[in-house]
Design a protein around this ligand. Structure first.
Ligand code: ATP
Ligand code: MG
Length: 495
């Protein structure tokens, strides 16, 4: 299928977010769409698929001008969108979600559950995911839910699949499977629009790349004619230098110690410690227990045995409130469920976790202090918005993640737990987040960071703890660690 978008303009509430944007894709091509957070990538693709209407411009699909009124209409032409923000019905089962609106019916018009379960299982097997079709969506991890979104797209006989940050919630192993799926789709002539902030993936997978900046079209290049530095420069208009800024912080005394933490079926005998000024990375495949270990330390997941010590004293943490009182901050992987109140403003989200800073006795908010704090957050993290009152669900994906970060970093935690802290965040903003992590570490904060982005884990951690099926497989010093060693440990090998 050939698609050409030209002269696309779009504003929201008087603010122009796309300005004469263009995009073109041909048969069997994997085409990267890149740009900073808020550059307009998702909006451009939502215009293509009829989620939004364009203010002006043309969209030509196989020689015919189209103006889809809904994603269902685009889907009929074979254009399928896998959204950045997960889009499933949480209370329904996997198979119900996969077949939503496309149920298989028998000759009496009744849903053929058996046939649907079979077909679902077949697609999930192809994706290498071990999930029962009868499981309820809300019981799945974010990564598993993402795989279901991909399965939904494979159900339709798609000619063009738009993947908006598909690997943001996936681990290395799943990413490899997804790439194989993409390559076999390409061989069949299916075209993929691939939106991602992970440079390595773009260069590994894509044929061409189109770059947007502030809603403007910057250019389209063959991937073989360009390198990472040039892409970064086209995206943000300047060079950023070292992607992982160095940290020269002396590492101090132990502040968090976890001993033999166990919750059967999730993790067992987890023992490690983190010192002041140190960044401990946690690496592991999906379902390895990374998130659960952090949830347990934060009091969100009761554990059966083991203990937690903070500053050398036993800590009793059975709820997030306790954890916060002990000085623990937690940036969760799931910004939709736990991280953000999406209907609320940036201001509301940031001030709620910082009440002690901006109010008297946590009751009366001092407006001036609140404004100062929120404006500082917007500036420090370069959050792209109309102002503090910008509703979070109207921010681009990466900017929502920055708000999650802003909620915690000003509350002076002693220990910061980060679960996929830069998911969906662009290169420039990633570096801003890393710089903030380094500043916090240099003030003596201890940071525990789980991430499936291996270059990030290697670039930012002092030590790397690799977990597999709820067990620690090894803890590597930064100097001795590399991608291969981590993957060997994560998949059950020994080094
Ligand atoms: N429904 C909406 N209402 C108001 N503004 C919106 C809406 N959707 C997007 N925007 C704004 O349009 C701009 C472009 O957003 P878009 O989601 O397209 O960015 P993006 O390039 O996909 O970024 P990211 O990499 O963070 O996902 C942003 O400034 C965003 O705040
Ligand atoms: Mg987006």
């Amino acid at each position: 299928m050939h698609i050409a978008m030209k002269g696309i303009n779009k504003s929201f509430g008087g603010v122009q977010v796309l300005n004469d944007a263009e995009f073109e894709i041909t048969d069997g091509e994997v085409h990267a769409l890149m740009g900073e957070n808020g550059a307009g990538k998702s909006t451009l693709m939502k215009i293509l698929t009829g989620v939004y209407t364009r203010d002006s411009g043309t969209v030509i699909v196989d020689g015919r001008e189209v103006r889809y009124k809904s994603p269902q209409e685009a889907e009929k032409d074979g254009i399928v969108f896998i959204y950045q923000e997960l889009n499933s019905l949480e209370d329904l089962t996997v198979e119900a979600n996969v077949f939503l609106g496309k149920e298989i019916r028998n000759s009496f018009g009744v849903c053929d559950k058996k046939a649907m379960a079979e077909k679902t299982r077949e697609i999930l097997n192809k994706l290498g995911v071990n999930i029962e079709p009868s499981e309820v969506m809300s019981d799945l991890s974010v990564g598993q839910q993402q795989m279901i979104e991909i399965a939904k797209a494979l159900m339709v006989d798609a000619k063009v699949i738009i993947m908006d940050e598909p690997t943001a919630a996936l681990t290395q192993g799943e990413t490899v499977i997804l790439f194989d799926v993409i390559k076999s789709l390409r061989e069949k002539g299916v075209s993929i629009v691939y939106i991602s902030h992970r440079m390595e993936e773009i260069f590994q997978l894509c044929d061409r790349i189109t770059i947007l900046r502030d809603g403007n079209y910057i250019g389209t290049e063959k991937i073989t004619d360009i390198d990472i530095n040039e892409v970064v420069k086209m995206m943000i208009g300047r060079e950023i230098g070292e992607r992982y800024p160095k940290r020269n912080t002396p590492i101090g005394e132990e502040i968090l110690k976890v001993e033999a933490l166990t919750k059967k079926g999730k993790f067992e005998n987890i023992s490690f410690s983190v010192r002041k000024g140190e960044v401990l990375g946690i690496s592991g495949l999906m379902g390895s227990g990374r998130t659960e270990i952090m949830q347990a330390i934060f009091g969100n997941l009761p554990f059966e045995s083991g203990k937690i010590e903070i500053e050398g004293k036993p800590a009793i943490i059975s709820s997030p409130e306790h954890a916060i009182r002990y000085g623990i901050g937690f940036i969760t992987e799931d910004r939709k469920e736990e991280g953000l109140m999406l209907e609320e403003s940036i201001e509301k989200n940031v001030s709620l976790t910082n009440l002690d800073k901006i109010s008297r006795k946590n009751v009366v908010i001092e407006k001036k202090k609140e404004d100062e704090l929120v404006e500082r957050a917007i500036k420090d993290l370069n959050i792209k918005c109309f102002g503090p009152s910008h509703e979070c669900n109207k921010l681009s994906g990466g900017n929502q993640q920055k708000v999650v970060f802003a909620k915690w970093i000003y509350s002076n935690p002693k220990i910061l737990l980060l679960d996929e802290p830069t998911r969906g965040v662009d290169v420039g903003a990633k570096k801003e987040i890393y710089t903030i992590m380094n500043e916090l570490a240099s003030k003596g904060l201890a940071i525990v960071m789980a991430s499936s982005d291996l270059p990030e884990i290697l670039g930012m951690s002092d030590r790397i703890m690799v977990v597999r099926e709820g067990l620690i497989q090894g803890i590597l010093e930064q100097k001795e660690a590399d991608q291969e060693k981590i993957m060997i440990l994560a998949t059950g090998g020994v080094i």
